[in-house]
Design a protein around this ligand. Structure first.
Ligand SMILES: [Zn+2]
Length: 83
């Protein structure tokens, strides 16, 4: 697993053009025989890529609430529904 290929992966995961980024993530795990949980930890700690399970996308820390486990767009939607 080279640095270059994982940086390419992060770009793909964060791209608004890609609709099914979980598939890209899973394919990458299969290709390089990585554990999904380990890859996710690596993305968080080294590549500023956080997974939002609500909209199934990856975000940088600026667009993500770690405590909520969701991106800022999903938490916005929820607070609007509450009020
Ligand atoms: Zn989200």
């Amino acid at each position: 697993m080279g640095e270059e290929s994982i940086e390419f992966l992060v770009k793909e995961l964060k791209s608004r053009k890609n609709r099914n980024v979980y598939k890209i993530f899973d394919d990458y795990c299969d290709k390089f025989e990585l554990d999904a949980a380990e890859l996710e930890q690596l993305l968080i700690s080294k590549y500023d890529a956080f997974r939002c399970d609500s909209c199934e996308r990856f975000y940088s820390i600026k667009e993500y609430f770690v405590a909520e486990g969701e991106c800022i767009f999903c938490t916005d939607n929820e607070s609007e529904e509450d009020s």
